[in-house]
Write a protein that binds this ligand. Structure first.
Ligand code: ATP
Ligand code: MG
Length: 555
């Protein structure tokens, strides 16, 4: 069974939707993706996006993008903009305009009044500590707040004072009157409104009271006619409250909430709070640092949107949380790049080779295919007397262990070009080899040497006189520990100190310099690389390593 089929078999939400359509409970599916703009989206959100937009696509329905912007203290316009861009980049377009919870603040306020008038909400003036004491805990029922029995008129007046900005932050909150003894803590008179004297990125200073997540989410869904409100498992205990509000208020439709397991991936963290900490403490260069598991980071790393969607579609939509192996994500990235990325040569750690029997002014333009299978056209490799190969491909002494490498008296095939034989080498004061002198074996372009002494290995190379210098950032996993956020320890302690190495004396085929930003290549024998989205220019090419050719982490 392919991964896509596995998804089909496992996706319980699809089964529910099919049934709802068949029963006539709904005639069109409406889903939504509801990010809070308090950070950039990460790979977990990608799963939620693919699921919500995917459901709408496969049933001919609609998916809304709606910002859950009820907490101005942590939210910013920068995040709103980045989230829109990421959703589009992933390949999805929301139906209609972008929506905001804050579009409905007026209506939420009316609904709060409706509850107060019905005797189902009250203004509570317990301090935060008192309120928590009154709440009890899972095995201990809470007790009623002394403000619970306030008359409707008094509640209305006090709530109006909250709204008018006459009271300080923390002075009081509006709470629903449900059940202080409920075994579900979420039903112990939850908070509906708080005072927050903060400027909001969408509504400015219009409001100084803000609704809670619980008092907004279901109502937002109802206003928008969302039929299936899909969220992660931690909201399962909130579902009774979600339904309580829909029941208690005069809402225009009745959405239903369904929960699925969050995506967690080993060797990384998927929590905006933790990702923000990495950014704030300068452990990475920003939210879109190529090592970050954010959508914008993965994009900058060179992951393609299609590969990311394929990965998300391979994941089970289950009713339990699980941890997915990073290798599974990397498999989809490699698979896609192997099929699509043009091949090229880049030398990361250059070692000069001088071909002593090749004239100084001679230049051959070797034309070779850009991809071994796809018809991506030809590329031209200038071949000259002085070349670079990688330092790791030369050994001062021949040994069986390194029999595929280049060493004095031994031959090597230059990829797509001639066979050469090393004569001797020069060292610097530190004893490092800085130059190899070699001879070209005639008639070896695409042929074995006429004397029958065949090279054991093939190496990549770039012309020293015609190649271009480039900067290449080699990335590795951001954390060395499989579960950096495990337990109470500080996840920052598990950062991989070698997650980024900047090599600024790399050499690339000259034809690559004209690449557009975000063009992806396989640098032969090295891995997959992408022209950096921001820092790339033909004069100063900068490539990011996307991923190696093979998985070096699994055993
Ligand atoms: P975080 O814990 O990283 O802050 P969040 O759940 O608070 O995430 P939201 O912006 O509220 O982030 O999430 C928007 C949507 O994405 C929600 O429906 C949420 O359930 C879903 N989502 C968030 N994280 C994941 C994840 N790891 N896997 C799957 N879906 C996720
Ligand atoms: Mg959240």
């Amino acid at each position: 069974m392919s991964n896509t089929e596995a998804l089909k078999a496992a996706n319980f939400i699809e089964t529910i939707i099919k049934q709802d359509l068949a029963d006539g409970r709904i005639d069109k599916v409406v889903t939504r993706f509801p990010p809070e703009p308090n950070g950039y989206l990460h790979v977990g959100h990608a799963k939620s996006i693919c699921l919500n937009f995917g459901l709408a696509d496969s049933f001919g329905g609609e998916c809304h993008l709606r910002f859950d912007d009820t907490n101005p203290s942590k939210e910013e316009q920068e995040y709103v903009d980045a989230i829109k861009e990421d959703v589009n980049w992933l390949g999805y377009q929301w139906s209609g305009e972008v929506r905001y919870a804050s579009d409905y603040f007026e209506q939420f306020h009316l609904w709060a009044l409706e509850l107060i008038n019905a005797g189902r909400a009250y203004v509570c003036e317990l301090s935060a500590e008192q309120a928590s004491e009154y709440r009890g805990w899972a095995t201990k029922p809470g007790k009623d707040s002394p403000y619970r029995a306030r008359p409707v008129e008094e509640n209305l007046a006090r709530f109006e004072q909250m709204r008018a900005g006459e009271l300080d932050e923390g002075a009081c909150v509006l709470r629903a009157k449900i059940d202080m003894a409920s075994p579900n803590m979420n039903l112990r008179d939850p908070i509906l409104y708080r005072i927050r004297k903060q400027t909001h990125h969408q509504t400015g200073d219009k409001w100084c009271i803000y609704p809670s997540y619980d008092f907004s989410h279901g109502q937002e869904d109802a206003i928008e006619g969302v039929t299936h409100s899909v969220c992660t498992l931690e909201f399962a205990d909130h579902r009774p409250l979600y339904e309580w509000f829909l029941e208690a208020l005069s809402v225009p439709s009745t959405p239903r909430q369904y929960e699925f397991g969050r995506l967690n991936i080993n060797y990384t963290v998927t929590s905006k709070r933790k990702l923000k900490q990495l950014v704030d403490e300068n452990k990475v260069t920003g939210w879109d640092d190529p090592r970050m598991p954010t959508i914008s980071g993965m994009r900058r790393r060179g992951y393609s949107a299609r590969a990311l969607r394929n990965f998300c579609q391979s994941l089970a939509v289950a009713k339990t949380d699980g941890i997915v192996d990073m290798a599974q994500l990397e498999f989809f990235i490699r698979d896609e790049l192997n099929k699509t990325a043009p091949r090229a040569m880049a030398v990361l750690k250059p070692l000069k080779v001088v071909i002593t029997n090749y004239p100084e002014d001679k230049l051959e333009q070797l034309s070779v295919p850009a991809h071994p299978e796809l018809d991506l056209g030809e590329r031209v490799l200038p071949f000259t007397r002085e070349l670079y190969i990688d330092q790791d491909d030369f050994k001062q002494e021949y040994s069986k262990k390194f029999k595929k490498k280049f060493s004095p008296g031994k031959r090597i095939r230059l990829r797509n070009a001639y066979v050469i034989e090393a004569d001797d080498y020069l060292k610097n004061e530190q004893g490092e080899v800085v130059q190899v002198n070699a001879r070209l074996i005639e008639n070896t372009l695409g042929e074995n040497p006429p004397d029958g002494v065949n090279p054991k290995g093939v190496v990549h190379w770039v012309s020293a006189s015609h190649g271009k210098q480039a900067t290449i950032r080699v990335y590795d996993r951001l954390f060395i520990d499989e579960a950096p956020a495990r337990g109470d320890g500080d996840f920052m302690q598990h950062l991989n100190p070698e997650s980024c190495t900047v090599l600024d004396n790399c050499w690339i085929e000259p034809g690559l310099a004209a690449s557009a930003a975000e063009t992806r290549y396989q640098f032969e024998r090295e891995g997959y690389f992408v022209a950096d989205r921001y820092d790339y220019s033909p004069d100063k090419p900068v490539f990011n390593m996307t991923i190696g050719l093979r998985d070096n982490w699994s055993n």
